[in-house]
Design a protein around this ligand. Structure first.
Ligand code: NAP
Length: 242
């Protein structure tokens, strides 16, 4: 049995990734922080792919909680190991910098970049021992070009892209690939309040993307077909006009 952990797997892009990886035969660990009902819905959807999965609750921003949950899972599943890790959990808390509350700054940084550290430091150890693994970090086009009102989010996603490059060089010799995916505007709860009619004028394909389109890219990066791709950030924006 192959195991994959998707942080923030209860909704949106994370849910679509869980479903797609289940179709590829993975037993998926669906992480969430608060929305158990949605996580259970995702579990049902992955079971429709014919593979058992499970939900696993922890706040990626909390090192102790994350480590305890992952170590408990490992001790309950001694022979198993997580071969695919998708660091997908993320939030926005937009505002122009002079008006940004310190909490909005810290929250976005903590969940995105501390979350990456908190989860990956545990999971990568066993990948190193097994000499195989795939780590896929959900960045954003905001972390590449920077977007106004998102200094916190752009900083967090930019840091995630840099960490992706650094870690890929640390673990490449152990046959572990580390890549980032940088979506543009994707239709999920996160983008619900945005003015899609206006924003889509700036997208070559003239529409927001779907979570499933991002999930297909993640599934490719997790597969053997992507075995020679590492340290990269792959944008999926529908041709966002700079
Ligand atoms: P979403 O629909 O708002 O879902 C967010 C997910 O993250 C939920 O499953 C949520 O769990 C989980 N989460 C939030 N804080 C967490 C924490 N502290 N610990 C564990 N899980 C946590 O967001 P989305 O649009 O699917 O975004 C997914 C990822 O793609 C994020 O990293 C986001 O930055 C990135 N992204 C999105 C877009 C876009 O246009 N949507 C574009 C670029 C990048 P609960 O259900 O328990 O709250």
């Amino acid at each position: 049995m192959k195991y994959a952990l998707v942080t923030g797997g209860s909704r949106g892009i994370g849910r679509a990734i869980c479903q797609r990886l289940a179709l590829s035969g993975y037993h998926v660990l669906i992480n969430y922080v608060s929305n158990e009902a949605k996580a259970l819905e995702t579990l049902e959807l992955t079971k429709q792919a014919g593979v058992e999965g499970e939900i696993i609750k922890f706040d990626v921003a909390n090192l102790e909680e994350t480590t305890a949950a992952l170590e408990k899972w490992q001790s309950d599943n001694k022979d198993a190991y997580i071969d695919v890790l998708v660091n997908n959990a993320g939030v926005t808390a937009d505002s122009l910098l002079p008006m940004m509350e310190p909490e909005a700054w810290s929250k976005v940084l903590n969940i995105t970049i501390n979350g990456f550290f908190n989860v990956t430091r545990t999971v990568v150890k066993k990948m190193i021992r097994k000499k195989h693994g795939r780590i896929i970090n959900m960045a954003s086009v905001s972390g590449i070009i920077g977007l106004p009102g998102q200094c916190n989010y752009s900083a967090a996603k930019g840091a995630l892209i840099s960490a992706t490059k650094a870690l890929s060089k640390e673990v490449g010799g152990k046959n572990i690939t580390v890549n980032a995916v940088a979506p543009g505007f994707i239709k999920t709860d996160m983008t619900e309040s945005l003015n899609e009619e206006e924003l889509k004028k700036g997208i070559a394909l003239g529409r927001f993307g779907t979570a499933e389109e991002v999930a297909d890219l993640v599934d490719f990066l997790a597969s053997d077909k992507a075995s020679y791709i590492t340290g990269e950030t792959i944008a999926i924006t529908g041709g966002l006009k700079g």
